[in-house]
Structure formats: structure tokens, C-alpha cells
Design a protein around this ligand. Structure first.
Ligand code: FAD
Ligand code: NAD
Length: 470
């Protein structure tokens, strides 16, 4: 393997490995350094992929337990075989991480196993053992930092990954807890809370804010809370967890109301800490080479993703913004194209965000609250899935589509969906927004019948005051 490159990528997650592939396509001699034994980062190993595998398995159990009967299908003796379910999840992860390994070889990208440390703008040290006593120095013209993020710790709550777990522990519990308390009603809390609730746990979600899903359109967050409550999840809002102690067999949590500081304790078998994620920059040598970070520790970059040190770039979770795999990948592609002398940009207003609960939640662009705050004159179009023929055939009709447009010119400004396959449905609006489309553009496109996308078309028609099926 060589020790001299055009580009060294530090971190093998979605930002790092996708950036490395694009760099190789553009003819850059590229190396990727990853400290873990497998590539794929948080997303493939302990994030997007294992969580979606468990969401799918637990959804099958939920549907077979509660919904088959209405379709005239009788089942008896249903049981969760957690070992098999976890085994399937692990196989999906293994196959996909091996796939990334293959893609590195196919694109002739050198893969170095170890922790990378920038010792100079043109040099990276690879510490190939956990203790860091085996080292190799690599030379390079440019560096792309893609070291990602890990769980934000909560003062007074020590994660042991058994009784007090982060998302990583919650993806590998060896039995279904009787009671799971989730700290944080964000994406991780609701997705993993849903998994364990479907498998039989009593789930209580404790949230600091007075609403769930921070940052989402408030109509969506209110409706989603109602839906999840109907499913059986408990919510304690406006409450701050102040500590947790794990003793044999039970964990005790202390909390207080945000207003008034009224104290309470709660017991659980397992506690999931899901209060956000923070950038990973430890041991990377940022101070040594003088790379600036912001107040929250995220690496600061300019519009070309370059740090304040020439030739050193950063992308993905480590630079902040939406912590999403597709945002990380797109940043890496644009960054590498700029390094290779091309141009590129990302429209941050057209990045979809999806919560893979059931029903799913999906959003793109501005929320109604953001438009109000910016004083924009906007129009709202909505359509409920209860009036969509396909959703009725599927007996899966909770939720609605909401489209926001600029009042005078009908330009699409945002779309928010709760509903079956919302994560796939939103993509039509993402494309339309990228092409500066209007609600009328979406409404005039022929949509197959009977199909869930017809609900998007009807919401677009509704923005023009002419929905047909309601
Ligand atoms: P990461 O994926 O975190 O990769 C960074 C890599 O860098 C890691 O492999 C790390 O080991 C390595 N590294 C760090 N420091 C060094 C060093 N010094 N030397 C060498 N290697 C180093 N996003 C979605 O879009 N959809 C989802 O459904 C989704 N689900 C999620 C579920 C969970 C439970 C979690 C935790 C996250 C989820 N995310 C999801 C978020 C997504 O995982 C991240 O946004 C994405 O992984 C960020 O990619 P990244 O490449 O920037 O960082
Ligand atoms: P989050 O920021 O989505 O939610 C964290 C929640 O915890 C917030 O609502 C916050 O108010 C609350 N909180 C903070 N401190 C608290 C306290 N002391 N007591 C009670 N509540 C408290 O973070 P997350 O759910 O941990 O997810 C982290 C990141 O991972 C997100 O940025 C998300 O984009 C990404 N992710 C994405 C997906 C997806 O795309 N489907 C899935 C999982 C994770």
C-alpha cells in the first residue's frame, strides 16, 4: 500500500466512504482511514441500518398480532424470537458493510485501519492499535475530515449499555424489557421506543420540551404524538431528567418539571438516553494544526467545506446541521468535486428528513412556524390519508399530507407528511422543489391509481383550492 495520496479521508461512514468513491472516480489517488474494523460508520453499523431492520421485524409482529384479523386471517401462537430477529439485523449489517469493503477495492481506494491524527496539513498519522503504539505516517495533498458523531452524554446518567443504554445498546438488548424509559422524544427516541413497544415493552418517553420531534412542523408533531399515544406509548413532556442510578434488576430515574422544578422519580428495567449527538474530534489533532471549531465543538467550514486551514476539508455530522446520512453523503460528493477543481452546491432547503415510525413522518423545506416567523405570505394545502383509496384498501390511513406554497406564485416551500410510506412519498416533492416547481406542477402530473402518491397530488390541488376527493 502507498504512503502518499492526493486525498486522505478520515472516517469511513456515509460521508467518508462516499467521498472516497467520488474522489477515485475523479482520478484522485485516495486513502480512507477508519478506526473501527468495519466501514460504514454510525449509519451502517449502529444507526440507520440496524434500526430499520428492527423496525421492519417489529412492524411485522405488530401487524400479525393486531391487524391480520381484520383482513380475515387468523393466526395463533405468535411469539417473538428475539435471537433470530437480532441475528437477521446483524446479517443485514454484515452484508452491507462487506459491500462497502468491496466498493473500496473496486475503486482502488487504500483502506487503512486505525485512528487518524492530522500532524501537519499534509500529513496524517495512523495509529493502528487501540493503545496507539503502532503508527504509520501518510503524506497527502488534501485531507477530508468525516469523523461523524456519537451520543451526547447526560450529566448524572452513566451509560453502561445494559440497563442505561445509548441507541447502540438499544439495538442489541438481549430480552424485551418490561419497562423502557426513553429520555428524549427526538428521532432516535421515537424509532427505538416504537421497536421495543411493538415487541411488548411498556414505553414512557420523557421530553424536556412541551412537544415531541423538535424542529418538525407543529401540526405534525401534535398529530404524531396523538397517534403514538393511541398505539400505547406514554409521554411526559416539559420534564427534564436529572439523574439515573442502575441497581441490580432496576434503574431509578430522577426528573423535574421544566417550569416549577417539581421533582419525581420513575423506575425502569432499561433507560435509553437519546438526547442528541455530538461531533467526534478527540485525538484528531485539530488544536495542533489550528483548525477552528464552533461553540458546540463542530468543525467550522466555509461554503466549499474547507476549514480555516488550507487543504483540510470537513463534511457530515462532524460539521453539524442535520445529522442525516444522505446530507453527509451529498456534502462529501460536493466537497470532493470542489477539491478536484469542479463546482457544486447543496440546496439545504431540499433535504428530506424521515422518521421511520409507523406511520412514518417525513418533511422537507420550511415549516409553517418558520414561514410565519419570516413573514412569508403562504398557502396551505392538506389531504388526509383517510380519503385516499389505497390507504383505505391497506387499512393504513392514519395521517395527512401538508403542502406549503408561496401565496402569490404557488412556489413549493415545504411539505410535511404523516402516513404510510411517507419517507418515499416526500421524494416527489423534493424533486419538484429542486426544480423550483409549484404545487400546480405536482397537481398536474398524472399519478397512478389507486396509489398513496395521490394523497400528495390532492394536497397540491388543495393548495390551489381545488382538491377533488374531499
Ligand atoms: P459517521 O457515520 O458517524 O462515521 C464517522 C466514522 O468516522 C465512524 O466510523 C468513526 O469510527 C470514524 N472515526 C472517528 N474518528 C476517527 C479517527 N480519528 N480516525 C479514523 N476514523 C475515525 N440518518 C439517516 O439519514 N437516516 C436514518 O434512518 C438514520 N438512522 C439513525 C439511527 C440511529 C440509531 C443513529 C445513531 C443515527 C441515525 N442516522 C440516520 C444518522 C446517521 O447515522 C448519521 O447522520 C451518519 O452516519 C453521518 O455520517 P458521517 O459519515 O458524517 O459520520
Ligand atoms: P434529537 O435532537 O432528535 O432529540 C433529542 C431530544 O432530547 C430533544 O427533543 C431534546 O429536547 C430532548 N432532551 C435533551 N435533554 C433532555 C433531558 N435532560 N431530559 C429530557 N429530554 C431531553 O436527537 P436524537 O433523537 O438523539 O437523534 C440524534 C440525531 O440522529 C438526530 O439529529 C437525527 O437527525 C439523527 N437520526 C436520524 C434518524 C432518521 O433520519 N430516521 C434516525 C435516528 C437518528
Amino acid at each position: 500500500m502507498s504512503d502518499s495520496y492526493d486525498l486522505i479521508v478520515i472516517g469511513g461512514g456515509p460521508a467518508g466512504y462516499v467521498g472516497a468513491i467520488r474522489a477515485a472516480q475523479l482520478g484522485l489517488k485516495t486513502a480512507i482511514i477508519e478506526k473501527e474494523s468495519t466501514l460504514g460508520g454510525t449509519c451502517l453499523n449502529v444507526g440507520c441500518i440496524p434500526s430499520k431492520a428492527l423496525l421492519q421485524s417489529s412492524h411485522h409482529f405488530e401487524v400479525a398480532s393486531h391487524e391480520f384479523a381484520a383482513h380475515g386471517i387468523r393466526v395463533s401462537g405468535l411469539k417473538v424470537d428475539l435471537k433470530t430477529m437480532m441475528g437477521r439485523k446483524e446479517s443485514v449489517v454484515n452484508e452491507l458493510t462487506k459491500g462497502i469493503e468491496y466498493l473500496m477495492k473496486k475503486n482502488k481506494i487504500d483502506r487503512h485501519v486505525g485512528a487518524g491524527e492530522i500532524t501537519d496539513p499534509g500529513k496524517v498519522l495512523v495509529k493502528t492499535t487501540k493503545k496507539g503504539n503502532k503508527k504509520q505516517v501518510l503524506k497527502t495533498s488534501t485531507i477530508m475530515i468525516a469523523t461523524g458523531s456519537d451520543v451526547t452524554p447526560l450529566a448524572g446518567v452513566k451509560i453502561d449499555e445494559k440497563q442505561i443504554v445509548s441507541s447502540t445498546g438499544a439495538l442489541s438488548l438481549s430480552k424485551v424489557p418490561k419497562k423502557l424509559v426513553v429520555i428524549g422524544a427526538g428521532v432516535i427516541g421515537l424509532e427505538l421506543g416504537s421497536v421495543w413497544h411493538r415487541l411488548g415493552a411498556e414505553v414512557e418517553v420523557v421530553e424536556f420540551l412541551d412537544h415531541i420531534l423538535p424542529g418538525m412542523d407543529s401540526e405534525i408533531s401534535k398529530q404524531m404524538q396523538r397517534i403514538l399515544k393511541k398505539q400505547g406509548l406514554g409521554f411526559k413532556l416539559s420534564t427534564k431528567v436529572t439523574g439515573a442510578t442502575a441497581a441490580k434488576g432496576a434503574t431509578s430515574l430522577t426528573m423535574e418539571t421544566v417550569k416549577g422544578g417539581k421533582k419525581e422519580t420513575m423506575n425502569a428495567d432499561v433507560v435509553l438516553v437519546a438526547i442528541g449527538r455530538r461531533p467526534i474530534t478527540d485525538g484528531l489533532g485539530l488544536d495542533h494544526v489550528g483548525i477552528k471549531t464552533d461553540d458546540h465543538g463542530f468543525v467550522s467550514v466555509d461554503n466549499d467545506y474547507q476549514t480555516n486551514v488550507e487543504g483540510i476539508y470537513a463534511v457530515g455530522d462532524v460539521i453539524g446541521g442535520a445529522m442525516l446520512a444522505h446530507k453527509a453523503e451529498d456534502e462529501a460528493v460536493v466537497c470532493v468535486e470542489i477539491i478536484a477543481g469542479e463546482t457544486g452546491h447543496i440546496n439545504y432547503d431540499a433535504i428530506p428528513g424521515i422518521v421511520y415510525t409507523h406511520p412514518e413522518v417525513a418533511a422537507v423545506g420550511k415549516t409553517e412556524e418558520q414561514l410565519k416567523a419570516a413573514g412569508v405570505d403562504y398557502t396551505v394545502g392538506t389531504f388526509p390519508f383517510s380519503a385516499n383509496a389505497r390507504a383505505r384498501c391497506n387499512a393504513d390511513d392514519d395521517g395527512f399530507v401538508k403542502i406549503l406554497t408561496e401565496a402569490k406564485i404557488d412556489r413549493l416551500l415545504g411539505c410535511h407528511i404523516i402516513g404510510p410510506e411517507a419517507g418515499d412519498l416526500i421524494q416527489e416533492v423534493v424533486v419538484a422543489m429542486e426544480l423550483s416547481g409549484s404545487a400546480e406542477d405536482v397537481a398536474r402530473i398524472c399519478h397512478g391509481h389507486p396509489g398513496l402518491p395521490e394523497a400528495v397530488k390532492e394536497a397540491a390541488l388543495s393548495a390551489g383550492g381545488r382538491a377533488m376527493h374531499i
